[in-house]
Design a protein around this ligand. Structure first.
Ligand SMILES: NC(=O)c1ccc[n+]([C@@H]2O[C@H](COP(=O)([O-])OP(=O)(O)OC[C@H]3O[C@@H](n4cnc5c(N)ncnc54)[C@H](OP(=O)(O)O)[C@@H]3O)[C@@H](O)[C@H]2O)c1
Length: 336
């Protein structure tokens, strides 16, 4: 029997992307989108690409959790803004307990609220490096979009090659800033611009450091993000310096081996470009070596592998389902 799905923060880009991807997932029912700002409106009025995908669907303001008592499991994705679920989780848990469904909830949070959580039992959902802890998890903190790109590039380097010094620069599209227009997302201010922000301070650094520490490979590294003019996608460059010259084939072999079991992460001989991953759950990594320096190039779609696609990958891992269930259309359109 398919599991019911609830998506909180229904008007977000994350919710629209989850609902799009879940049309291809045969383990779940059609999602119910909860929205405080758009309750009563049709889902397609906010997510026009979903027109006809879920006939007659409207955003709801709340869920009757007791009506879901007949389901052995209820999947809840939260795509609310940062800080909101942390403030509301106690209320949700009380409502789940009152409805008698508290032990059936699988909660996957897309926000940053529980990524560094020590006490509430959330598993950090960087799928490729957390498969074992994710199996059977009932609370999952989905990683940040930059953090996903950074971790997929940095963890193999740090674990196996111990670089002396690492710097990373990433450019992201405007969807990374969410649905509410602001100075960095409003089209006239962004369309022909490229803006560095939060140099050395972005909060995703903490997530990556925690994962590196978990892998026993703490690293001295820096990160500078840029707000770039396109809509979707992250293009990340990592430059690492070593004590001795590296053989390029050694680096390529490291990445091929690290992700040999990973359908969605792939080493490419040709340097990867953003449009090769937009719309898909893929992350492509390529690189070049010169003497003691290595440059890695990592691309992914912030709304898919950086958010909704990885959340579905984590649902699959938590459920013991094939990791690519619902994600089998894993190659995106080209050109975009
Ligand atoms: N965008 C990305 O690339 C990305 C990547 C990874 C993780 N994330 C995280 O995933 C979550 C969803 O991200 P998102 O970018 O799709 O959505 P978002 O723009 O952050 O919006 C999320 C939800 O917050 C509410 N909201 C939006 N603007 C509001 C406002 N001005 N006042 C009050 N409420 C407002 C809406 O909920 P209602 O529908 O209930 O009104 C909306 O659906 C966020 O926590 C984000 O940090 C985002």
């Amino acid at each position: 029997m398919a599991d019911p799905v609830v998506i909180l923060g229904g008007s977000s880009f994350g919710a629209g992307e989850l609902a799009r991807l879940l049309t291809a997932h045969d383990g779940v029912e059609h999602p119910c989108l909860v929205s405080r700002s758009h309750a009563g409106s049709s889902v397609a009025s906010v997510h026009p690409h979903l027109e006809g995908a879920y006939p007659d669907d409207r955003f709801v303001s709340r869920i009757d959790w007791s009506g879901l008592r007949g389901s052995s499991r209820i999947i809840v994705f939260s795509a609310m803004r940062a800080g909101e679920l942390a403030g509301l989780l106690g209320e949700f848990e009380a409502a789940w307990a009152e409805a008698g469904v508290d032990n059936r909830i699988l909660l996957i949070d897309l926000s940053a609220d529980f990524r560094l959580d020590e006490g509430r039992g959330f598993v950090y959902g960087l799928s490729e490096w957390m498969r074992e802890p994710l199996a059977g998890a009932t609370r999952i903190a989905n990683p940040g979009c930059f953090a996903t790109a950074l971790a997929l590039g940095l963890v193999p380097l740090a674990r196996e090659l111990q670089p002396r010094d690492v710097s990373a620069i990433a450019l992201t599209g405007s969807t990374g800033a969410g649905v509410t227009p602001g100075p960095r997302t409003h089209h006239p201010l962004r369309a022909h611009n490229c803006v560095p922000y939060l140099p050395f301070e972005h909060r995703h650094i903490g997530e990556v450091n925690r994962l590196l520490a978990r892998e026993g490979s703490p690293l001295d590294w820096s990160f500078i993000p840029y707000a770039a003019p396109w809509v979707r996608g992250i293009s990340l460059t990592i430059e690492a310096r070593f004590d001795e010259a590296l053989d390029p084939e050694q680096v390529a072999a490291l990445f091929r081996t690290s992700y040999a079991e990973s359908q969605f992460v792939r080493w490419t001989e040709t340097l990867p470009e953003l449009t090769w991953v937009v719309g898909s759950n893929r992350c492509l990594i390529g690189g070049r070596c010169r003497e003691r320096r290595v440059a890695l190039f990592v691309v992914l779609d912030n709304l898919v592998k950086g958010m909704a696609g990885q959340a579905i990958q984590n649902l699959n891992l938590a459920s013991g389902w094939p990791e690519d269930r619902g994600l089998r259309q894993w190659i995106g359109p080209y050109p975009v």
